[in-house]
Design a protein around this ligand. Sequence first.
Ligand code: GTP
Ligand code: MG
Length: 197
Amino acid sequence: MEVKNPYLVISAPDSKSWPEGDLPEIVMAGRSNVGKSSLINTITRRKNLAYVGNTPGKTRLLNFFNIDDRFMLVDVPGYGYANASKQMLIKFGEMMEEYFGERQQKRGLLIIVDSRHKPSVDDLTMIEYARYHKMKLAVVATKIDKLKRNEVKKCLDKIKTTLELTEDEVLIPFSSEKRQGIDRVWQVIDEMLMDKE
Ligand code: GTP
Ligand code: MG
């Protein structure tokens, strides 16, 4: 899958600034610092399309990326970082409920987790949003390059059981560092886009 013209349409502070039009949308959410922005750059083969940082919580707004006028990738701010204020947590919750409740063109949710860690309660909450709204769901386990070979299966199994993933909710091992898992992520996105409810 070669991406020809990906670009950031808008970093939206609120629903009034969500892009118009009816391109289908794939949402990417996960804890802060797991590698969501890196994943966007990796699968589009761009270096700086999405901002990658060492300061967790840098992505604050909903970032809508237009991918070849085919669909939008929506980069959700990372949750669960230490410095988040109560006010920000409330705002985040409201923003996501509004998105899931009102956005007609939402097609699928990619939950991004760090393969080394047990998924969090917040990951489960996001997954429940998706299940409730009958969106297609897949989980991407990033930074797989940081695991030793013999740890991989154990870590993936733990993610599967913690999130109670079903047969059709796939789990994809991924590494932006080693560029691993790209084809499977595209395969899942394509399936989400073909699915018309
Ligand atoms: P927020 O926007 O703050 O929520 O973070 P994010 O989830 O977008 O994470 P980001 O892509 O900014 O990456 C965070 C850090 O993890 C950066 O230092 C990346 O270089 C590093 N990183 C991301 N993906 C990988 C990976 O697959 N392997 C390794 N080793 N490092 C990674
Ligand atoms: Mg980010």
